[in-house]
Design a protein around this ligand. Structure first.
Ligand SMILES: Cc1cc2nc3c(=O)[nH]c(=O)nc-3n(C[C@H](O)[C@H](O)[C@H](O)COP(=O)(O)OP(=O)(O)OC[C@H]3O[C@@H](n4cnc5c(N)ncnc54)[C@H](O)[C@@H]3O)c2cc1C
Length: 314
């Protein structure tokens, strides 16, 4: 089916936004990526369900994204549809204190729509005197993306605060999953491997503490991040996972690769595990630079670097 036909059909059945040939560079923190044939921002859960079942019925591939902060989208873009969670799927609700199903004792929960931005949720939590999300104040992803990726920093990750998720399954049904069933691991989960379930909302379990102290801790970590990371240049955060035995950035730095450049993609002179877009970098430049970095680190240290960023499209 041609994108024009999909666009016309979906526009009549969805309340949310539908766009055709949408440049993905507008939806990724790298500011890189060719057009997605169809780009959908559902208005609410019903809209999402309608979109997904329509696309499945018509055998059109699709991918769900959050805030696009861990993605490298190919220069040719994405055939099929991209669904970006938005509308009411971004809402945040502060809940009551209750018993945590994970035997962590009493906790105060936050129910966050998967599209809500993690820094917003961390700020709301701090303002309500709820501790546990300080590590996430500077991670620019959505709650859904961060949960699926088990995003983390400063020795903590989503697995420390997620109590459970509501997912939309491939067969169109909704299901609650406890944290114990998510298969959390270093920057990944079973949901990421499976790729067929969509996280709709996430229940976070936080602990009541002094509001000012939580805010102070969050601010301190944000300042530390700003001093070490190239936050004024487009990037997708750390490019490689940390191998056992040391930080990926340390190996890249020790191999003398800071500042290495292919096209407008450059290994950040400030943080060796970031690749930054100097202006007009292509996905192919970033891929070539990643390959060069992997090769040189392997030659020098015998260490194999695995990508942390997700490469999509073709
Ligand atoms: C400046 C900067 C700093 C960063 N710092 C950190 C850091 O300290 N720690 C860290 O771990 N990461 C960091 N990141 C990377 C990134 O922010 C995280 O990985 C984040 O969790 C990605 O969330 P997202 O919403 O942007 O996901 P996206 O990049 O949009 O998607 C990532 C993956 O998740 C899937 N996905 C997204 N939403 C859903 C959903 N609702 N249901 C099912 N699948 C979904 C997508 O299909 C994709 O496979 C940083 C990035 C930047 C740009």
């Amino acid at each position: 089916m041609e994108p024009e036909q999909v666009f016309s059909a979906l526009r009549t059945v969805l309340k949310g936004e539908v766009r055709i040939r949408e440049p993905m560079r507008n939806h990724t923190s790298f500011r890189i990526g060719g057009p997605a044939d169809i780009f959908i921002v559902p208005y609410n859960l019903d809209d999402l369900r309608v979109a997904v079942s329509w696309l499945r019925e018509h055998h059109i591939d699709f991918i769900v994204i959050g805030n696009g902060t861990n993605l490298l989208v190919s220069d040719n873009g994405i055939r099929g549809a991209v669904i970006k969670l938005g509308g009411t799927l971004n809402e945040i609700e502060i809940g009551e204190e209750g018993q945590d199903g994970r035997e962590r004792g009493r906790c105060a929960s936050i129910m966050a729509g998967a599209g809500a931005l993690l820094p917003h949720v961390a700020r709301r939590a701090a303002e309500h005197g709820l501790a546990g999300l300080e590590f996430a104040g500077g991670i620019p992803g959505s709650v859904g993306g961060a949960t699926v990726m088990n995003a983390g920093a400063y020795g903590c990750s989503m697995q420390d605060v997620v109590a459970g998720v509501l997912i939309l399954r491939e067969d169109g049904t909704l299901m609650n999953l406890d944290a114990a069933n998510l298969g959390f691991r270093n920057r990944g989960t079973k949901l990421l491997d499976d790729g067929t379930s969509i996280v709709i909302s996430v229940r976070l379990c936080l602990v009541k503490e002094d509001r000012d102290q939580i805010i102070e801790r969050t601010e301190r970590l944000l300042a530390e991040r700003a001093s070490k990371q190239p936050l004024s240049s487009p990037s997708a955060g750390c490019v490689f996972k940390n191998p056992s035995g040391g930080g990926a950035g340390r190996y890249i730095d020790a191999a003398g690769l800071k500042g290495l450049r292919i096209g407008d993609a450059q290994v950040s002179p400030k943080h060796a595990n970031f690749i930054i877009n100097l202006g007009n970098a292509k996905a192919s430049d970033v891929m070539a630079l990643m390959e060069e970095v992997r090769l040189r680190v392997f030659e020098r240290f015998g260490v194999v670097l695995e990508p942390e960023i997700r490469v999509i499209g073709g």
